[in-house]
Write a protein that binds this ligand. Structure first.
Ligand SMILES: [Ca+2]
Ligand SMILES: [Ca+2]
Ligand SMILES: [Ca+2]
Length: 267
């Protein structure tokens, strides 16, 4: 039986294609052809859109590998995968996002922002302890030395004063003419130790320094107490003639003082 392209079907013998009662404007075959084209164009469009999205999301494409997306929490440039960065204040370490500790003081930058310490300074309050171990990282720890006299005395040896000189001239300069004595108590009432405490005990007569002792204490912890009694032998040769005369006339005018107290301090 003859086939009519216009009708899209066979026509009985004796009839002609022109006799088809079908609308011949678009045959079924042409309709099928058009449908196929629409499908092909649609698929191509979908492929283009998919490729566009893939390349848009890739920040850096590694040489020789354009498709491997990062299967981990993060991937660095040299990882062999597409770069996948971490959030701000985190860094990629062994494919994991780890919070940054820029100044390496044991506190992350996130934590330092939270508590107000400086993420770029390991010791925000400039004391002995870094932020990560400092119980008060914004308040400087420091020793505070309290030093008091518990007693003072000055033992004049009047007999020796008389024996040590004749007519205002010292004849026995090694003779002890006085023995001042000072008992002190030192306490660290601060919140940090100090590696040293230095001070002088100064012995005076009529405001003239006639002798002094230099005291040094090694490491002194918080709450430590130190008590000591210091004596100083003063010989006739230690003091000028004038002072000996003064001592003979005014022996009560003496004084013992602490001077130049120094220890480790932090701002
Ligand atoms: Ca830190
Ligand atoms: Ca810090
Ligand atoms: Ca500190």
């Amino acid at each position: 039986m003859p086939y009519c392209n216009k009708c899209g079907k066979e026509i009985p013998n004796g009839q002609h294609c022109v006799d088809c009662k079908t609308d011949h404007s678009i045959s079924k075959i042409e309709q099928n052809k058009n449908t196929n084209w629409i499908l092909i164009v649609g698929i191509i469009l979908i492929i283009f859109v998919a490729l566009f999205l893939v390349f848009k999301n890739a920040n850096v494409v590694n040489e020789g590998d354009f498709t491997k997306s990062c299967p981990y929490e993060c991937c660095k440039e040299s990882s062999g995968f597409l770069v996948k960065p971490c959030l701000d204040l985190y860094e990629c370490k062994e494919s994991k996002c780890i919070a940054v500790d820029n100044d390496k003081d044991g506190l992350t930058d996130i934590k330092e922002k939270e508590i107000g310490t400086n993420p770029n300074n390991p010791n925000s309050d400039n004391d002995r302890y870094n932020d990560g171990v400092d119980p008060n990282p914004l308040i400087s720890n420091s020793a505070k030395i309290d030093l008091v006299f518990t007693s003072k005395s000055w033992d004049w040896k009047y007999g020796n004063i008389l024996l040590s000189m004749i007519g205002g001239i010292i004849i026995k300069p090694d003779l002890s003419i006085a023995e001042p004595k000072a008992s002190i108590k030192v306490i660290n009432i601060g919140d940090d130790h100090t590696n040293f405490v230095d001070f002088n005990i100064v012995f005076k007569v009529s405001n003239t320094i006639i002798s002094q002792k230099q005291i040094h204490i090694n490491k002194f912890n918080v709450g430590d107490e130190f008590q000591e009694t210091y004596t100083q032998q003063i010989t006739a040769g230690d003091v000028p003639d004038l002072l000996i005369n003064l001592v003979q006339q005014q022996t009560n005018n003496w004084g013992i003082e602490i001077q130049n107290l120094n220890y480790e301090k932090f701002p």
